[in-house]
Design a binder for this molecule. Structure first.
Ligand SMILES: [Zn+2]
Length: 89
């Protein structure tokens, strides 16, 4: 009798522990993405933006579609929006 009681209690506790709502939080601005249009093939390219690099960044990246090097000018707004301007090398 006593054993069945403790058994019930354990299940109850287990159920309670499981009741914690797990909400998936979107990462605020840790992982930013921006798009640019490749000058060479016209494809829209999505690139990850590293915000630790500053609000203004310039770098050269090869287009993943046609491998054409593009100079990318990255601008990050104060509200966390990233914009990329692609420039033909
Ligand atoms: Zn391209």
């Amino acid at each position: 009798m006593g054993s069945s009681c403790t058994g019930q209690r354990a299940t109850l506790l287990g159920a309670m522990a499981k009741k914690r709502p797990k909400r998936r939080r979107r990462k605020p601005i840790a992982a930013l993405e921006a798009t640019y249009i490749c000058d060479s093939c016209g494809e829209e390219i999505v690139v990850p933006v590293d915000i630790s690099g500053g609000a203004h960044q310039d770098y050269v990246e090869d287009c993943p579609v046609c491998c054409h090097p593009m100079t990318l000018h990255v601008d990050i707004d104060p509200d966390g929006e990233a914009r990329i301007e692609g420039q033909h090398e």
